[in-house]
Design a protein around this ligand. Structure first.
Ligand code: PFF
Length: 445
């Protein structure tokens, strides 16, 4: 059977589609806001370059050399202790777990696309009531849009790498970039643009503590889609003789620039029409719609376009979150693609309903443990434990387990003089950083 492979541009768009997600447009601006802007942005950029880029290359390399699902790739590449290393491939599970809340959030976005056509909240207070009412009481609306997300994502994944995932990304990614660029250009004409620039780039180091640092590293991983087998699975469908470094560069570049463009645009609107940079997850669902309201009719158009772009970003990431485990069941258990996509889809859909319920009044209490609802727990466990663990395993695997000669044969011609720096960073810098992040996010330090 001929294996479908990505075209070069298809791969870059798909991997960038995975990386550019809710993390860039929803999460990055609000955590940057929480940590006071500039200094946090610089720490984040630094970690993306130092750690993110080198792990991205390692993850692409494992997929490219392994050519199979993540578990088989680890197993086949490990020179010894195959039985142990293959567990490294189960990082793909993290993607499915993330989907549990990711799909619910995409559902909120769908809802916002529809409601923004007709009306926007006149004040931040009103916007807050709209959002929290949906979140805590409106089970049916959330369920409906979560179902739409589930059907769309499962449909695309079922069509496979070429006919589903590549196609989706070839259409959605350029559209998303155009929308953001158009709105960004508009933002640059507003007086508040310079305030947004100042907020994002002039560092206030007093806001930077170990917590900010750890959040930046954790977010660098999340936003680049590292440590969950997504990039690895896509890379298994790379053409022979692909240039991994160039591909990795493009993905990191697109992901980072889109986060910055989105951040600058949002903060400009918030300074110009709202009360300045809002903090917290409500930024795009609460403060932003109220700012759009102030713009008049153009605000409605912008709101709809913005939420469409956000939905596209979420959908292209979602297919990459599901694909690793879908591929796993196809390769290892010889499941058909339909059976595998549908089973993985149903898993995140059904458990997603529990996550959704955990925010609904009346169910909240039963579905909350300690200080977190089930929804928040899933976010926390994936981000704090699974994702850095996946990164750590990959760094150790390429740095120590796979023969250096094998790694060198592919990477030295591409990295040339930088090969040793990359290899050193994988062996020593990244594992230590990952370990510290994990301990700290788990509250041990
Ligand atoms: N990178 C995506 C975002 O920024 O929203 C989220 C994500 C997608 C994480 C795929 C991990 C992954 F494998």
């Amino acid at each position: 059977m001929k294996i479908a492979r990505f075209s070069r541009i298809g791969f870059i768009l798909a991997a960038a589609g995975s990386a550019v997600g809710l993390g860039n447009i929803w999460k990055f601006p609000y955590i940057a806001g929480e940590f006071g802007g500039g200094a946090f942005v610089l720490v984040y950029l630094f970690t993306v370059l130092l750690i993110g880029f080198s792990i991205m290359i390692a993850e692409m390399l494992i997929g490219y050399l392994g050519r199979k699902d993540t578990v088989t790739s680890f197993e086949e590449l490990a020179p010894k202790n195959k039985g142990m290393w293959k567990y490294g491939g189960f990082q793909g599970l993290a993607g499915l777990f993330i989907m549990i809340f990711y799909s619910v959030v995409i559902g909120w976005i769908f809802n916002y696309i529809v409601t923004s056509i007709f009306s926007l909240p006149a004040t931040v207070e009103e916007a807050e009531i709209t959002f929290t009412t949906m979140l805590h009481t409106d089970f049916i609306t959330q369920l409906f849009y979560h179902t739409v997300a589930f059907i769309w994502i499962t449909y695309v994944v079922n069509k496979g790498i070429k006919g589903g995932i590549e196609k989706l990304n070839m259409i959605l990614m350029p559209t998303l970039m155009l929308i953001l660029l158009g709105m960004f250009i508009y933002a640059t004409t507003l007086g508040a643009f310079s305030q947004a620039l100042e907020f994002m780039f002039s560092p206030d180091w007093s806001k930077i503590d170990s917590n900010a640092f750890v959040t930046a590293v954790g977010h660098a991983f999340f936003t680049l889609s590292l440590g969950m087998g997504a990039i690895m699975t896509y890379s298994a469908s790379l053409e022979k003789h692909s240039n991994i470094v160039k591909n990795a560069f493009w993905v990191v570049f697109l992901d980072t620039s889109i986060a910055i463009v989105a951040g600058l645009m949002l903060f400009t609107f918030l300074y110009q029409y709202g009360g300045g940079p809002a903090k917290g997850p409500g930024l795009v669902f609460i403060s932003l719609p109220a700012a759009f309201y102030e713009m008049g009719i153009i605000g409605n158009i912008f709101a709809v376009l913005f939420f469409i772009a956000l939905a596209f970003a979420g959908l292209t990431s979602s297919v990459s979150l599901v694909e690793p485990m879908v591929q796993y069941f196809i390769d290892r258990f010889k499941w058909s693609r339909l059976k595998s996509s549908l089973s993985m889809g149903l898993f995140f859909y059904l458990v997603g309903i529990i996550a959704l319920l955990s925010n609904i009044e009346g169910f909240q209490e039963a579905l909350t443990w300690g200080d977190k609802s089930f929804f928040d727990w899933v976010d926390y466990v994936t981000a704090a434990i699974m994702l850095p663990a996946g990164g750590l395993v990959m760094a150790l695997f390429i740095g120590f387990a796979v023969e250096k000669s094998r790694v060198e044969a592919v990477m030295r011609p591409q990295l040339r003089g930088a090969f040793e720096i990359w290899y050193f960073s994988l062996r020593y810098i990244t594992p230590v950083a990952m370990f510290i992040v994990m301990l700290s996010l788990m509250g041990a330090i």
